[in-house]
Write a protein that binds this ligand. Structure first.
Ligand code: ADP
Length: 407
């Protein structure tokens, strides 16, 4: 149980820290790359604003002047007329002009890879007084900045990995620290239950003895006998409660001794059903569907207790109808099913029925202590099995117990 809580706490701590880390890294990456990219675009835009009139002149030069090559420039450009014919340009990379696709739209920003180079291209229209005269594609080499962004990305990825591992470790460590007081409180409570149940046994047996003595030695009136019978019934209930608590306390401490032997489960189930059917109400039909000759390596008394708890509940919560008990094998698994057509369990109660002292409101007046199913579950757990319940309120309940045959 502690391991599971620790796992969940570790998971929650780690996820929370990772969410914060991803948010921080994401924002940092966005801000840095946005700042670098924006600076480049601003530089190109600034150049366009400054040179716009020169571009217009280039457009109206009678003679087509072609493209001038100047490797020392920072910003290169190509001026096109309205029809998209290249009029003039200054280029940094020869033959690039053929690669530039003239994008539609008034202004557009494109980043492209050309060989090993990363280029920024900005298309600007030449519009004066609402009349379109042509457009210019301006560009600059952003390979250096791209490498900076790539380096930042890899650094951030590395940091994310490193901090993820660190946070997983921290999550595990903090979960362990948080578990210490929880563990201490749980063990204290476990010891208290175990000690209290032990200590209560002696006064209870003295109380029992006194009741017996009173019954034998005293001449009691009819009323006195009634009171004595009530006291006995209550003492019996308390005895049952103490035994159940002691059982669970031992099971928590893993002190539940199991006397494992090869048990004929089919016979055990048949006999327990017979015992119950002798005292069942007429209105209930007990149907058995038990495969013969099925053996399980288990503690016979405990498995009998498990079946009795489930059958006792089925009879207690069924006024009329059927109770079906079956034993089956599937692959290497052994399946005991106890199904009834009783009052059923509401969907709000169903997830809690294996909790200690949990009783649905409907069942309060039916007797019982609310520990039966907790005990059933600890018996199944001790045998490495699984127990599950399904139910439809008003229609009935079904309890299934799985055991592995290899045990
Ligand atoms: P209890 O002593 O109250 O029967 P259990 O631990 O055995 O305690 O069961 C817990 C609760 O689960 C019961 O109070 C009851 O509400 C519900 N329950 C268990 N078995 C059945 C059943 N066969 N049909 C309807 N409700 C059931």
């Amino acid at each position: 149980m502690f391991k599971q809580v620790k796992k969940r706490l570790t998971f929650l701590y780690t996820i929370s820290l990772l969410c914060l880390l991803f948010l921080f890294i994401g924002i940092l990456y966005f801000l840095i790359s946005h700042e670098i990219n924006q600076k480049q675009v601003d530089e190109v835009n600034g150049y366009f604003s400054k040179e716009k009139m020169d571009f217009m002149e280039d457009l109206y030069e009678k003679k087509h002047r072609g493209v001038e090559y100047d490797p020392n420039r920072t910003i290169f450009y190509y001026v096109y007329n309205q029809e998209g014919n290249l009029r003039y340009g200054k280029e940094v990379f020869q033959n690039l002009v053929g690669q530039i696709k003239k994008t539609e739209g008034n202004s557009s920003i494109k980043r492209m890879e050309w060989g090993k180079k990363h280029l920024l291209l900005v298309k600007k229209t030449l519009v004066i007084n609402g009349v379109l005269y042509g457009f210019v594609v301006l560009g600059m080499d952003i390979t250096g900045e791209e490498h900076v962004i790539q380096n930042i990305t890899w650094t951030l990825v590395g940091m994310t990995l490193f901090f993820s591992l660190l946070f997983a470790y921290l999550g595990y460590y903090f979960a362990g620290q948080a578990m210490i007081p929880i563990k201490r409180a749980f063990l204290k409570q476990e010891k208290f239950v175990s000690d209290a149940s032990h200590e209560l046994r002696t006064p209870l047996s003295i109380f029992y003895g006194s009741l017996d003595l009173m019954q034998r030695e005293e001449k009691l009136s009819a009323y006195g006998l009634e009171v004595l019978a009530d006291a006995r019934a209550e003492a019996e209930l308390m005895n049952q409660l103490i035994n159940n608590l002691l059982f669970l306390a031992r099971s928590d401490k893993k002190e539940l001794p199991l006397r494992l032997e090869n048990v004929n489960l089919s016979e055990l189930l048949e006999n327990t059903c017979k015992r119950f059917s002798r005292r069942k109400a007429e209105s209930i039909a007990l149907i058995t569907n038990i495969q013969k000759g099925i053996y399980l390596r288990c503690d016979e008394l405990k498995i009998q207790q498990l079946i009795s708890i489930l059958l006792d509940n089925a009879f207690r919560y069924t006024v009329d109808g059927k109770i079906i008990v079956s034993l089956d094998t599937r692959n290497e698994r052994l399946i005991i099913t106890i199904e009834d057509t009783g009052c059923g369990i509401s969907s709000t109660d169903l997830p809690h029925i294996f909790d200690r002292f949990y009783r649905a409101d409907l069942s309060r007046e039916k007797g019982g202590t609310g520990l039966g199913l907790s005990i059933a579950k600890s018996i199944v757990d001790a045998h490495g099995g699984k127990i599950s319940a399904s139910s439809i309120e008003g229609e009935g309940s079904k309890f299934i117990v799985f055991f592995s045959r290899e045990k």
